[in-house]
Design a binder for this molecule. Structure first.
Ligand SMILES: [Zn+2]
Ligand SMILES: [Zn+2]
Length: 405
């Protein structure tokens, strides 16, 4: 996944540039007084990295020197405006003192203009994580505590759960690294980019890297590891940057000392869109109007955040929902949940829970959990056979055909 750009930012520590006296428009040939070449280069690289600005070749730049309104200048100016809008600055396209100051804030390494929608998400409910035990800035137990706190922030408002692994490969690998560290997205030393993360996926997908060159803090002073971790885990779950300064997904480090870390309304809404307690209604594969709705509208108590599986009994017009170790009966005719939950082990003896899926097939109910399926006779109320989860799939048939050849 190539979602993290490859540019290194040459950062501000090298150049304590003089303050710009008045707003200035970038001109490639005539650097305004007060705007150092380093600042201009810095701004261009910032816009390349975070706003998808694509500079033209040097030759084109030289041609542009003779024309103030060239595409090159306009392109850069548009990107400055885009960045200013994102950060709530007046969008005048001028590289003024305020704009540069915002650009120079410590921040996350991911782009501000890529929106991922619902494209990237974990399809499982429990995501594993592991902390690489090298270059840790604090004792491992303290780091674990911070990481757990940051993950809890997301799991407390959604259906996603996290499971820590010590040695085995995990979905989210958390590492403290510096400069070039093997993913062609090098860190830039102290300041600038603090960390970056990869969107959900296999391999490097979901991984989170922190720059060891930063002065990390375990409390809420300086650069707080908890805050940056909470932000990066947002990406590792599939969230993009938010232009709301109150959002944990705001790209710049924006926190005063001793603030209270919490998710914004939008953060909660966005994570629930990916892993939330909502349901959608499709009729002949067409999404019906007025959805998604909260599953509590169906009559589930608030403690139920997700449904594992559902079975619709067409003739009797009811649906059985499975949630964890419980099952529920929903009366389609009256549109109400009938009474409270029942235990799966009593209603469907022999079925493992939580179930992954359930379907009617050739007069039986087939329950799936992990790589197994349980064929259940709901007249006799018992499991009649246990097989491999892919028994019903074509891949099994292909294999048997191959065997015949
Ligand atoms: Zn970010
Ligand atoms: Zn990295």
């Amino acid at each position: 996944m190539n979602l993290v750009c490859m540019l290194v930012l040459t950062l501000m520590k090298l150049h304590q540039s003089p303050v710009v006296a008045s707003p200035l428009r970038i001109q490639p040939s005539q650097l305004p007084i007060g705007l150092s070449e380093a600042d201009q280069k810095f701004a261009e690289e910032y816009l390349q990295h975070f706003y998808g600005y694509q500079p033209k070749s040097d030759r084109q730049k030289r041609a542009a020197d003779y024309n103030e309104d060239s595409d090159w200048t306009t392109g850069l100016c548009d990107k400055v405006k885009e960045m200013q809008r994102f950060f709530g600055l007046p969008p005048d396209g001028e590289l003024n003192k305020e704009t540069l100051a915002v650009m120079k804030k410590p921040r996350c390494g991911l782009s501000d203009v890529e929106s991922y929608g619902s494209t990237f998400r974990w399809t499982k409910r429990t995501v594993s994580y592991r902390i690489a035990r090298i270059n840790l800035p604090f004792p491992a137990t303290r780091i674990h505590k911070v990481i757990k706190g940051a993950l809890n922030l997301w799991s407390s408002v959604s259906l996603i759960k996290f499971h820590k692994r010590k040695r085995r490969e995990a979905d989210i690998v958390i590492a403290f690294v510096s400069s070039e560290h093997g993913d062609r997205a090098p860190f830039d030393g102290k300041g600038g980019i603090l960390a970056h993360a990869y969107l959900p996926g296999s391999g490097i997908g979901g991984d989170v890297h922190f720059d060891t060159a930063e002065e990390w803090n375990l409390n809420f002073t300086g650069i707080s590891l908890l805050v940056v971790a909470a932000h990066e885990f947002g990406h590792a779950l599939g969230l993009s940057h938010s232009s709301d300064p109150g959002s944990i997904m705001f790209p710049a480090y924006n926190f005063a000392p001793n603030f209270e870390l919490q998710l914004s309304f939008d953060d909660v809404k966005n994570i629930q869109r990916l892993y939330g307690d909502q349901y959608w209604k499709l009729q002949q594969l067409i999404l019906q109007e007025g959805f998604p709705r909260k599953i509590s509208d169906l009559g589930f108590p608030n403690r139920i955040k997700s449904v594992d599986a559902a079975l619709h009994f067409r003739n009797n017009r009811y649906t059985v929902f499975f949630t964890g170790h419980e099952c529920w009966r929903y009366n389609e005719q009256q549109g109400v949940m009938e009474g409270s939950s029942m235990l799966i082990e009593q209603q469907w003896p022999g079925i493992p829970f939580p179930v992954d899926a359930a379907i009617f097939y050739e007069g039986f109910v087939n329950f799936f959990q992990g790589n197994k399926q349980y064929k259940y006779d709901f007249v006799q109320n018992r499991v009649v056979s246990v097989g491999s989860a892919n028994d019903l799939l074509d891949c099994k048939m292909e294999k048997s055909n191959d065997d015949k050849l």
